[in-house]
Design a protein around this ligand. Structure first.
Ligand code: MRU
Length: 337
């Protein structure tokens, strides 16, 4: 079973399904303009750590598409910085941009540099698809029985260029008869759970229900959750993990209720330059996302708001981290992974 990929590269253009319009409208942004691609990442029209990385890789490669040779260096540098400034937390963005930059730095004098960059973006894209498959296979090992699972945000096909991370583990487990029900946190304030994860689960035919984020404690107290699994935006060497705001709440709740708490992510989400979560930069979103809802004002515009997009779950609250390489158990040490 497959769902709609977040992005496709066709006829030298990037096709992005506009995730701010889902699930009510299935609309596409079709562009070869790196500025439009940067805006799409900032607006969360494309989002999720791996998908952001692959999208930015195409954006940077496309920056040379219509440019004369003498302007290559200037335009490339401008596009690199523009794309790198879009969202600070997901390390996959910087990983992918730097992979494209390495090719540019080595081969910028070759006549077909534009095609070389596009080929590199295509290989980053293909690699992401393969990583998702590896995660889904390794993730099967966490299921000892048909389970009731809770997830937060969206770590599915929409968040990667393959079939997803945490949601791909759930999809694979469902196909093997190991999923009874998926509880989906709505994921305030932008509702990646109730809009995007629900859309994917519905297409996959997996039984689910959406709940407000504050319902998860009650679900656990009623013994309705066997395990929690989420994705990640950046994992430090010691296993501390940045993911969508509210993930830490779940890990604390799991600890209290003695429920296993898993992270699923590709090794491209591990940041070997971050020793611990303290070094991870957390994105603050525009307060408009709290004062307004879907364009409608819901509280006074002048009320101040605190708007972190992500939080850090300390390693000691994580039962295991599933990557394409294996299931990593604590104590985590990702120096050589
Ligand atoms: O702000 P978003 O929607 O980009 O946040 C996404 C998440 O937090 C995901 O859980 C994470 O990127 C993993 S996606 C495979």
């Amino acid at each position: 079973m497959k769902t709609q990929p977040a992005i496709e590269f066709k006829n030298e253009q990037l096709h992005i399904i506009n995730q701010t319009r889902l699930p009510l409208f299935e609309e596409f942004i079709i562009t070869d303009d790196y500025e439009r691609i940067a805006i799409a990442i900032e607006r969360l029209e494309v989002r999720g750590a791996p998908a952001i990385g692959v999208t930015a890789a195409y954006g940077l490669a496309l920056s040379l598409k219509k440019i004369s040779k003498e302007k290559y260096s200037d335009v490339f540098e401008k596009a690199y910085h523009r794309l790198a400034s879009t969202r600070p937390t997901a390390v996959n963005l910087f990983f992918a941009l730097n992979e494209i930059k390495k090719v540019f730095d080595e081969k910028k004098n070759e006549t077909d540099i534009y095609n070389l960059l596009i080929s590199k973006a295509v290989s980053i894209h293909q690699n992401d698809i393969d990583l998702c498959d590896g995660i889904a296979n390794n993730g099967l090992k966490i299921f000892s029985k048909k389970s009731r699972v809770l997830t937060h945000c969206n770590a599915g096909a929409l968040a990667t260029s393959g079939d997803g991370t945490a949601l791909n583990v759930i999809r694979n487990a469902f196909e093997k008869g190991l999923i009874e029900h998926v509880h989906v946190d709505e994921t305030r304030p932008l509702l990646q759970g109730s809009r995007l994860t629900a859309w994917e689960l519905n297409k996959l035919g997996i039984p689910f229900s959406i709940n407000t984020d504050s319902t998860s404690a009650f679900l656990m107290q009623q013994n309705k959750i066997d395990l929690v699994i989420t994705g990640a935006d950046r994992i430090a060497v010691n296993g501390d993990t940045a993911n969508k705001i509210g993930t830490y709440n779940l890990a604390v709740l799991c600890h209290y209720h003695k429920i296993p708490f898993y992270i699923a992510a590709p090794t491209t989400t591990i940041d070997k330059n971050c020793k611990s979560g303290k070094e991870i930069k957390i994105e603050l979103r525009n307060k408009h996302e709290l004062n307004f809802f879907d364009g409608k004002q819901i509280t006074k515009e002048e009320y101040p708001a605190y708007t972190p997009a992500f939080d850090i779950t300390p390693n000691k609250l994580i039962t295991a981290i599933i990557t394409e390489k294996s299931i990593h158990n604590p104590p985590f040490d990702f120096k050589n992974v």
